[in-house]
Design a protein around this ligand. Structure first.
Ligand SMILES: [Zn+2]
Length: 156
């Protein structure tokens, strides 16, 4: 419903879910996985909110209009786990924000549903800033991935 995905779309999130890396999405970015959802350190960051995460359903849905209830519920449950992990492990983090975009006017740029989870800091101006130009490297992302994975392992 209200689709914008091209017919020949080569989905980078479906690739990653099947274990295939792409230029900006590596297996080392994965911080959590269950039957319904996967979570990764986002490859693009906002200047004051580095190490933000993405929660992605393991089945391909373009947007919130079409995602099924079980996958949507899983996104919420995984988001909660990750919000706590960010809040407890990112130094100086004083809050967490989530957001999710649909259609180009809504700011969507990957045609596979995903929710963002941002660490928040005093005066970070998240909603008034553009993302940093370009993409982070897997090496930049790794320390954040390690923190989150270690926290999740220790909280089982
Ligand atoms: Zn996909």
């Amino acid at each position: 419903m209200f689709n914008h995905e091209p017919a020949d779309y080569n989905c980078i999130f479906c690739k990653l879910i099947s274990g295939v890396e792409s230029e900006h999405n590596k297996l080392s970015d994965i911080v959590f996985e269950n039957d319904l959802a996967i979570a990764v350190v986002a490859p693009r960051w906002w200047p004051n909110n580095k190490g933000s995460l993405l929660v992605i359903p393991k089945r391909h849905y373009e947007n919130i209009y079409e995602i099924d209830d079980s996958h949507l519920a899983a996104i919420g449950i995984v988001s909660k786990k990750l919000a706590i992990a960010i809040r407890q492990t990112y130094q100086g983090c004083k809050g967490v924000s989530t957001r999710q975009h649909n259609e180009p006017i809504g700011g969507q740029d990957v045609w596979h549903f995903h929710a963002h989870i941002f660490p928040r800091y005093e005066n970070d101006n998240l909603y008034f800033m553009d993302p940093l130009d370009g993409y982070t490297s897997a090496k930049d992302r790794l320390p954040y991935a390690v923190k989150i994975r270690e926290h999740l392992l220790s909280s089982i």
